[in-house]
Design a protein around this ligand. Structure first.
Ligand code: NAD
Length: 237
């Protein structure tokens, strides 16, 4: 039997009710959005750790914004894939995502906790107000009406996670009977530490072994779009 068959058999036996999907960049890979550690085209020679930081923004907001505009363009053109859509079929599932791409919501999930913010929201660096911003900016770096620079409303390396999102995520994972861990390398903390809070069944979907595979009950070496629909099918039976 494959790891997927074993996991499906465990779901059949335990019939978990409270389901949390904890996702990372890999869940969006099959929508054509590169993971940080995959091939990144134009930006392949840049390390995200050198661009997604407050220091990089203070040094060169123009280059940081060019990188974000490139990523925002990729995500605008992308569609949710079979994994996003399958998760959305679980009516009461809570999604805890490290992604900033909004694809879970566009795929139909109603309860999405965004631990790292959204690239389709901006924040004024002076007034700290936020607003949605889906379309490309006419000029980068964009500015607030007050004249100050706008920044993407995302969590950069070295910044704290939004406390309310973190609290909701830890509570949901502690209470879950089933934690699906999909497409995360498990190396970006504190988000990666969430898996250790799970007390129920935990199933990882990732074609590669990750930093958290050994903490999960089952590790399925398949892609998100291949394995997730089968798991969801069993949960809905
Ligand atoms: P990561 O880039 O560190 O790791 C991605 C993981 O996904 C890897 O373990 C890889 O083996 C796995 N993977 C690749 N293709 C997959 C597929 N088809 N199905 C399932 N798994 C697949 O990403 P991370 O762990 O999320 O951490 C990086 C940080 O950067 C996070 O904050 C992340 O969300 C952010 N980021 C977000 C996006 C996005 O919003 N789409 C894209 C890149 C990075």
């Amino acid at each position: 039997m494959s790891a997927l068959d074993d996991a499906v058999a465990a779901i059949r036996q335990r019939r978990p009710k409270r389901v949390v999907a904890f996702t990372g960049a890999g869940v969006s890979a099959e929508s054509g959005i590169p993971t940080f550690r995959g091939p990144g085209g134009l930006w392949q020679s840049f390390r995200p750790e050198d661009l997604a930081t407050p220091e990089a923004f203070a040094r060169d907001p123009d280059v940081v914004w060019q990188w974000y505009e490139w990523r925002r363009g990729l995500v605008r053109a992308a569609q949710p894939n079979a994994a996003h859509r399958a998760i959305a079929r679980l009516p009461d599932a809570i999604v805890v995502t490290q992604n900033v791409d909004g694809l879970h919501t566009r795929g139909g999930s109603r309860d999405v906790i965004e631990l790292h913010g959204s690239i389709f929201r901006v924040r004024c660096t002076r007034e700290h107000t936020t607003r949605d911003a889906f379309e490309a900016f006419a000029e980068v770096p964009p500015r607030c009406e007050c004249g100050a620079l706008l920044r993407p409303d995302v969590v950069w390396f070295g910044e704290a996670l939004p406390p309310d999102a973190w609290e909701r995520a830890t509570e949901a994972i502690r209470r879950a009977d089933l934690l699906l861990v999909i497409g995360t390398s498990g190396v970006v903390y504190p988000a990666a530490g969430l898996v250790a809070l799970s007390r129920g069944l935990s199933i990882e979907v990732n074609p590669e072994a990750s930093g958290i595979s050994s903490a999960c009950t089952f590790a399925i070496p398949m892609t998100a779009a291949e394995a997730t629909p089968r798991i969801v099918e069993e949960l809905l039976r």
